[in-house]
Ligand binder design. Structure first.
Ligand code: ADP
Ligand code: 5GP
Length: 212
């Protein structure tokens, strides 16, 4: 039987400078089955890291294919980040939301702006900050997935990205990982209860309540 949604689905967007921890937090959110979040899998022209699986972390595609998807309107948003192209395929997101479920996006500030313009009230945006620039560098080096040049480029871009915090609904400093995760869960739980998202379900409930 199809699931009948009793509330509108949320697009939960996490952004941060590279290395602040959003991939780790995304993984923790997805592993918590009770939260029932579905990751929007981006397409990218970036080379796959050794720890990544095509179709799970990203769909790794050629620049030509990326341009074809972008030009035919298949992408909800797209941006060039650190010299590579990234984009969110539109169709899977439409499907998740039409089932009244919530989609999780790990995208940059440029993409966030585009999604907010298109989906307005259905978005909840969270910006993750590192506790210090020294720690940000240490995390990028510890992750050991990028070349020295790529790390320097990401650190240069971090200063620009960090300044975007003002356009987000929530800002978290990811010092203690478990605390940041707990805060994210609290945000998600509260946002799910907001009245405008639950009109249909509550209206039906109240009608039953008053008919008793
Ligand atoms: P991003 O996706 O933002 O680029 P990652 O999630 O890949 O960042 O995290 C970068 C590195 O920092 C990883 O090695 C991760 O294990 C580590 N990390 C993430 N959050 C914390 C934290 N709160 N404390 C210490 N290390 C962290
Ligand atoms: P990484 O190469 O470290 O996986 O990601 C680099 C940056 O690209 C991160 O800030 C990440 O959030 C962003 N990103 C990943 N996927 C998308 C996407 O589909 N759209 C946009 N706009 N940014 C993305």
């Amino acid at each position: 039987m199809p699931h009948t949604p009793d509330r509108r689905g949320i697009v939960l967007i996490l952004s941060s400078p590279s290395g602040a921890g959003k991939t780790t937090l995304t993984r923790m959110l997805l592993q918590n089955r009770e939260l029932d979040l579905t990751l929007s899998i981006s397409v990218t022209t970036r080379a796959r890291r050794s720890s990544e699986v095509d179709g799970i972390h990203y769909s790794f595609i050629s620049q030509k294919r990326f341009e074809a998807m972008r030009d035919s309107g298949d992408l909800l948003e797209w941006a060039e980040v650190h010299g590579n192209f990234y984009g969110t395929p539109r169709a899977p997101v439409d499907e998740i939301l039409s089932e009244g479920r919530d989609a999780l996006f790990d995208i940059d500030y440029q993409g966030t702006q585009q999604v907010r313009d298109k989906m307005g009230a259905d978005t909840v945006t969270v910006f993750i900050l590192p506790p210090s620039m020294k720690e940000l560098r240490a995390r990028l080096e510890r992750r050991a997935e990028d070349t020295h040049d790529a790390i320097e480029r990401r650190l240069d871009n971090a200063r620009n990205e960090i300044q975007r915090w003002k356009s987000y609904d929530y800002v978290l400093v990811n010092d203690d990982l478990q605390k940041t995760f707990d805060d994210l869960i609290a945000i998600l739980r509260s946002e799910r209860q907001r009245r405008p998202r639950r009109m249909k379900g509550i209206e039906a409930f109240v009608a039953r309540l008053l008919s008793e």
